[in-house]
Design a protein around this ligand. Structure first.
Ligand code: SAH
Ligand code: SF4
Ligand code: F3S
Length: 431
């Protein structure tokens, strides 16, 4: 039996597509190996949202070169966003790559591998027109279901609209069927995915994202429903009301703000102001007082002054996000921000990042401390880094660790919180 090795980089959408690749290859008789040296085909499902991701992947591609020399039959494929962005350049930089498929073409991977094997000719697929309905994973407690792909927002720093093309929604009934089959296959939690889930349905013209959430909420047997990512500019009152009225939507919203200086937000082309973001959060918390809200933030965007940065730091204390994923601005060629003057020096970027993280860590810790003494419901993922200690997530998406007794991955258990850290909670199983 032939074996494939798959490594997935990047966002949840890539993780979901990685599962699709696994399904496609398994259905063609391949088995998976976690050892590259044993593989007949090596596939890297890639990300290029920041330069660091790309460098890491080029490093991995370099590692594979020796394996290909030893075994010329080995098939090497690069899929996903980097394949879209780099195209032919990949073959130029690394002659041992046999095929590259952008995010719109991964549904073809089985056929492409057969073709490469037979004709030993390189293949590049970069069509973004269709949204190939790729198979969704089954047999796990937590399943990602892509509902749309692409982005029309063109934030000035971001490569994603170029790697994934324009917004395309999947058919309403297809998404629901995937959720139903995930639940029938044992899923307790489903996360609906899209670069911009609030845009779901704009191209279908009959149903919108709130309609989809309401319908998903009613799927028999589903315990938890999540979604990401929401763009603040399109988060509607209807969506807030749908969340508040739902039975199974988890009390967590990832609502990336990116920055809190109106000047920078404008240059980023985010289409909202600090004031608007804040009033949105107040509205959400007004209707769902216990919801946890998280964000993504970028420091060192071109032209960011000390004042802009201070404004962001101050805003952290005002909005009090439960967690923030913080990034250093990375120049992506082809995006408008890459051409802007006043690029911030690496040193200043690093200093700002560490200041931002210190501040947010205090706030995240305070948010986690609110759980001390409380009993939370945890969907068990499995063993943590520590032996005999299991981990899982609360509805608020707080990572929770507890001593294992007889729990198994996929169980939903009650845990009484005894310790709060910056990035996780610890507690004891309660029966
Ligand atoms: N569609 C999602 C985000 C996709 S990318 C959204 O709009 O929220 C995930 C995160 O990567 C972004 O939220 C942003 O914070 C970060 N990011 C994107 N491009 C970046 C760049 N050029 N440099 C640094 N961070 C970036
Ligand atoms: Fe990138 Fe902005 Fe689109 Fe998100 S909304 S994927 S940050 S362009
Ligand atoms: Fe990366 Fe593409 Fe996702 S660039 S973050 S894998 S959409």
């Amino acid at each position: 039996m032939e074996r494939f090795f798959l490594q997935v980089y990047g966002c949840q959408m890539n993780v979901a597509e990685g599962e699709s690749i696994r399904k496609i290859l398994s259905s063609r008789g391949y088995s998976e190996t976690t050892d590259m040296k044993n593989a007949d085909a090596i596939i890297l499902h890639t990300c290029c949202v920041r330069e660091t991701a790309e460098e890491k992947i080029y490093g991995k591609i370099g590692e594979i070169k020796g394996l290909k020399r030893e075994n010329p039959e080995l098939i090497v494929g690069v899929t996903g966003c980097m394949a879209q962005k780099e195209g032919e350049n990949l073959f130029k930089r690394a002659k041992h790559i046999d095929f590259a498929l952008g995010p719109g073409e991964i549904g073809k991977i089985g056929r492409v591998i057969d073709d490469v094997k037979e004709h030993r000719k390189k293949f590049l697929g970069q069509d973004l027109k269709d949204y190939d309905a790729v198979p969704v994973a089954t047999g796990k407690a937590s399943i990602f279901v892509p509902i749309m792909t692409g982005c029309n927002n063109f934030c000035s720093y971001c490569i994603v609209p170029y790697t994934r093309g324009r917004e395309r929604s999947r058919e309403f009934d297809d998404v629901l069927a995937d959720i139903q089959s995930a639940v029938q296959g044992g899923a307790k939690e489903v996360t609906l995915l899209g670069q911009n889930v609030n845009s779901y349905g704009k191209d279908l013209k009959s149903k919108d994202f709130s309609d989809l959430l309401s319908a998903a909420d009613k799927v028999e047997g589903l315990c938890r429903l999540r979604f990401m990512t929401s763009h603040p500019k399109d988060l509607s009152d209807k969506l807030i009301d749908t969340m508040a009225a739902s039975e199974h939507i988890a009390p967590h919203l990832h609502l990336p703000m990116q920055h809190a200086s109106n000047r920078i937000l404008k240059a980023m082309n985010r289409n909202y102001t600090k004031e608007r973001y804040f009033s949105l959060i107040e509205k959400i918390r007004g209707k769902m007082p216990n919801i946890s809200v998280t964000t993504d933030l970028i420091v060192g965007f071109p032209g960011e002054t000390e004042e802009d940065f201070e404004e962001l730091l101050k805003f952290l204390d005002i909005v009090k996000w439960d967690a923030a994923y913080t990034f250093i601005y990375s120049k992506r060629s082809g995006t408008p921000a890459a051409e802007m003057d006043e690029q911030v020096s690496e040193e200043v970027k690093r200093k700002r990042l560490s200041k931002l993280m210190d501040k947010e860590n205090e706030i995240s810790l305070a948010s986690n401390r609110k759980f001390l003494g409380k009993v939370v419901s945890v969907l068990v993922e499995g063993e943590s880094k520590e032996e005999k200690v299991y981990q899982g997530r609360t509805g608020e998406n707080k990572l929770t660790l507890f001593e294992r007794t007889d729990e198994n991955p996929g169980d939903i258990v009650n845990v009484k919180i005894t310790e709060a850290k910056t990035w996780h909670l610890k507690g004891e199983r309660i029966r």
